[in-house]
Design a protein around this ligand. Structure first.
Ligand SMILES: NC(=O)c1ccc[n+]([C@@H]2O[C@H](COP(=O)([O-])OP(=O)(O)OC[C@H]3O[C@@H](n4cnc5c(N)ncnc54)[C@H](O)[C@@H]3O)[C@@H](O)[C@H]2O)c1
Length: 250
């Protein structure tokens, strides 16, 4: 895989898989625009990449729920690097864990679910919408949304996360693949099972008896974004170590 001269805009790039993707994308020759709500961290991480590959990373603070900031990130990427060839929407998370709330579904305040839907669904929708405008002009590009096994199987404790990462992501992805075909733009979704960006994920069962290393998922995202992945379009790739075939899950 070679990303020389290509530019990726990556949300949720201050940590976890988003950060790893940016590092590897730069290792493979590309430019990375790291965007995250965590300003300090995203600036430090971009600086790290720039110290290895001068001028090939940019940082942009952005809350994915703020459409005007989303457009500003797109404009910054184009101004600095001339194009956006890849968009990956890693920003997200399960609302009760991210906001430190627990309880039964009807007892959890609705603003917690607003967060879950706004970040996991609307955030991806906003970035896809803003960046599609640039990709249409270029007549090229690939958009990669991030789903989750939790979207496929449901989750009583993170209902908004599950709803956002399932049918919503499938509908968004397929619709944009249908729209994008006339402009040479691909769109797909990658849905991981448990990934060891946090030690807690080791306890989720899979058929393979382990959680994924972040690199295993990120390598798939890189493949999908590259020339090698040109035939992937309009699909949801469930990369879950066989969790979906287990009868009893925990
Ligand atoms: N880790 C897993 O087991 C797993 C499994 C399935 C799906 N996923 C999904 O993969 C993606 C990345 O997961 P990760 O484990 O690397 O997560 P992570 O928590 O390490 O990274 C998520 C990033 O999103 C950022 N973020 C949160 N809210 C934001 C907002 N409003 N605007 C902009 N940025 C925001 C955070 O600051 C963080 O840097 C997430 O969408 C997650 O739901 C993860």
């Amino acid at each position: 895989m070679n990303f020389s001269g290509k530019t990726a805009v990556v949300t949720g790039a201050a940590s976890g898989m988003g950060l790893l993707f940016c590092r590897k994308f730069a290792d493979l020759g590309g430019n990375a625009v790291l965007t995250d709500i965590n300003k300090q961290s995203v600036e430090e991480k971009a600086e790290e990449i720039n110290s290895k590959y001068p001028g090939r990373a940019a940082a942009a603070e952005c809350d994915v729920r703020d459409y005007s900031r989303v457009c500003a990130v797109r404009d910054l990427a184009v101004q600095k690097f001339g194009s956006i060839d890849v968009l990956v929407n890693f920003a997200g998370g399960a609302e009760t864990r991210m906001l430190g709330v627990s309880g039964e579904f009807p007892d959890i305040p609705i603003n917690v679910y607003d967060w879950g839907i706004d970040v996991n669904l609307k955030g991806q929708f906003y970035f896809d919408h803003a960046v599609m405008k640039q990709m249409r002009e270029q007549k090229s590009g690939v958009i990669i949304n991030i789903g989750s096994i939790t979207g496929e199987e449901g989750c009583a404790t993170n209902v908004a996360y599950s709803a956002s990462k399932s049918a919503a992501m499938n509908g968004l992805t397929k619709s944009l693949a249908l729209y994008g075909q006339q402009y040479g733009i691909r769109c797909l979704c990658i849905s991981p099972g448990p990934v060891l960006t946090r030690p807690g994920m080791a306890f989720m069962r899979t058929a393979l008896g382990r959680a994924a290393e972040p690199e295993e998922i990120v390598d798939m995202v890189l493949y999908a974004a590259s020339e090698k992945g040109q035939f992937l379009d309009g699909i949801n790739i469930l990369m879950d170590g066989g969790r979906n075939i287990l009868r009893q899950k925990d």
